[in-house]
Every structure is written in C-alpha cells, then in structure tokens.
Write a protein that binds this ligand. Structure first.
Ligand code: SF4
Length: 350
C-alpha cells in the first residue's frame, strides 16, 4: 500500500520531495486540493501540471475509503455509512442532525478491544488501529455527502466532529493526535477545537497522554458504573481504571482547557438505572466541572440487555438536576437504520 497524502499535516506536505524545485505556490495549490477541496482523485487537481499529478499518483494514495453502504433514516435524517478500507476491513461513520448543524460521528479503530456489554462494536473485538488518513477521509467523505445532497436545515454550517464511533480513541492516540493536528490546522481542515469532541472509556494511561498533549478539544468520559465493581461488569477492560481515578483525570483535563467535560451514562434496564446509582453519579460529577449525558441503551441484535423505560430515565435525570448537575438525555437517532455504533458492520458480518 502506498502512503496516503492525508497522513501528513500541511507543513509536511509542503516538504515532500516531489515538490522540490517547484515554485512555492504549487505546494499551496496541492494542500488546498488535499484538504480544503478534499478531493479523492488526482484528475480533480485541475490547476496542477499533468506531470506533477502523475508523479504524485505513482508515490501516494489519495483515497483511503470507499462507500460500501449508505443508509438514511426516515425518522430523523441520520445518515449512516459503512466504509471499506484499502485492506478490505470496514468501519462506520454517521452524520447526525443536531438542531442547526450536523455532527459527524467517526471511528478511530476497526473494532474495539474494550468489550463494553452495551456495545455492538465490542462483539467482534479489535482488528486494528485506523491511520490518520482513514480518520480524515471519513470527515471528508461525510462533508462531500452533505455537499452533494444538502440537508434542509444545515445550510453551510460547519459540522461538529465526535470520536464516538467504533474504537477507543485513546488506545490509538498517536494516529488520533496526528489527525487532530490536520483537523485544526488552518491549511488543513481549519476546524475549531471547540467543534471536536473525543469520547473515551477512560483508560488511565490514555487520559494521562491526553492531559499531557492538551489539544483543547472537548472530552466525554463514558462511565458504565459508579463503583469499581459495577463498572467492571459493564465495561470489563476500561473498568481496570478505577471510577474515581478516571473521573479525576477527566476533571484535571477539564480544568486545563477551562471547559466542562461530559460524563456519559448508558441507561440499561435493571442494571444502570437505579435511584441509588443516580445519587452516586451526582457525587462523582461533583468531583470536577462536569455535565452528564444520559444515553438510553440501543437494543442489540442478541437482545440480552434492554434499554431503561422512559419513566426511569426521567426519574434518573431528575435526581441529577436536583443535585445541581446539568443532565441531558441523548437518544441516538436513526434507530430504523441501525445507527448505533457497530451495528451495521456487525449485521454485515453475521
Ligand atoms: S462503547 Fe466504545 S469503548 Fe466500549 S466497546 Fe464500544 S466502541 Fe469500544
């Protein structure tokens, strides 16, 4: 497999040997095609000399994924994609309509090693990490889809990007960090750090790396339990990091960036929806600057776990808000197209 140009930040592209001896504006033109235009085919780079395009084509790839499946929800306009990677593996990405802007939910790994009980991705285990270009190309593919088929409510609003698809992003930190550099570079995707969110199951070493790197993006920590024992039950691998340690590391990161972090709580019937757990969750949320997202579990094909009913969800939320914790219910959209993380890929495999 050839190296992909979008594995590089713009400055690195301007220094590739193929541009040596050419006027500086050629590098600027190439970088604009690669990121601003986000093209996937060399022939689209119309203002570059043919010889340069041919040389580049021989050395580099320009497309890391192709659309295998595209589904659009009739319920809420959520668009779900199954992408095929160059080695034949598949990943999922989703465009979620959120008020007046789209949110791109992207993957950071093929599969996931974290084995969370409520997650379809967990069922297949980890296959491999995604490369930076595979992360960036998801964003560009979704962006292009919206350009070709505009959503009625978005206009030209910039998307938010959340690392909330398949995989544990902090377990693939080097490649995720490189993709963040590309996303936030003005000659790259030019995104504000405020429009990017990383969602993690909270491995301690990963959170420590994030704190050290301090990219300024938003952070969501998925908890799964309020005690070490209960957390291990729903999230056996990340559960090796104690609940308080994970929360305190997330609080330290929130302090560094001067913004609230989010605690994500998946509501599973009879497992994570008791009033006692709501009180314990509020106590954890008081350990730092946090808000809470309550996520009713998506039904999985094996039907072993069930989402909590609405009454329980509202009661859970009320306990948190009564204790001064901002708590929001975040139902995932596109139920009719299996939009929850990992379900589409899993359905294709079984
Ligand atoms: S919820 Fe996230 S961390 Fe847990 S198994 Fe699924 S993809 Fe991995």
């Amino acid at each position: 497999m050839k190296p992909h140009l979008r594995s590089l930040v713009p400055e690195q592209i301007s220094q590739i040997p193929e541009l040596k001896g050419l006027p500086a504006f050629r590098a600027a033109q190439l970088i604009a095609w690669v990121f601003e235009q986000g093209v996937f085919q060399w022939q689209e780079m119309k203002n570059l000399p043919l010889t340069l395009r041919q040389t580049l084509r021989e050395v580099y790839d320009l497309c890391a994924l192709e659309v295998e499946t595209r589904l659009v929800s009739k319920e809420d306009g959520t668009r779900k994609f199954l992408f095929k990677l160059r080695d034949g593996q598949t990943i999922e990405s989703v465009i979620i309509p959120m008020g007046d802007h789209p949110t791109f939910c992207i993957s950071s790994q093929v599969g996931c090693a974290m084995a969370c009980s409520f997650c379809a991705t967990a069922r297949g285990g980890l296959v491999r990490n995604l490369e930076p270009e595979e992360i960036i190309d998801q964003i560009l593919m979704l962006r292009r889809d919206l350009q070709k088929d505009p959503h009625p409510h978005f206009g030209h609003r910039q998307p938010n990007v959340v690392f909330m698809g398949m995989g544990e992003p902090l377990d693939n930190w080097d490649n995720v960090e490189q993709s963040l550099s590309i996303m936030m570079d003005n000659r790259g995707l030019g995104m504000s750090r405020r429009k990017i969110q990383i969602s993690t199951s909270g491995p301690a070493e990963g959170l420590q790396r994030l704190i050290k790197s301090n990219p300024g993006i938003g952070l969501t920590l998925s908890l799964g339990g309020t005690t070490d024992e209960s957390r291990k039950k729903t999230m056996p691998v990340p559960g090796r990091t104690g609940v308080q340690e994970a929360v305190d590391l997330a609080a330290a990161y929130a302090r560094n960036i001067g913004r609230k972090a989010t605690l994500a709580w998946v509501l599973i019937a009879h497992q994570t929806d008791s009033p006692e757990q709501a009180k314990q969750l509020a106590a954890l949320a008081h350990r730092g600057a946090f808000k809470v997202n309550l996520i009713p579990m998506n039904r999985l094909d094996d039907g072993k776990l069930k989402p909590s009913d609405l009454e329980k969800i509202l009661a859970f939320q009320k306990i948190l808000t009564n204790k001064g914790i901002p708590a929001f219910i975040r139902a995932s959209g596109g139920q009719d197209i299996a939009a929850a993380c990992g379900q589409l890929r899993r359905r294709r495999q079984v």
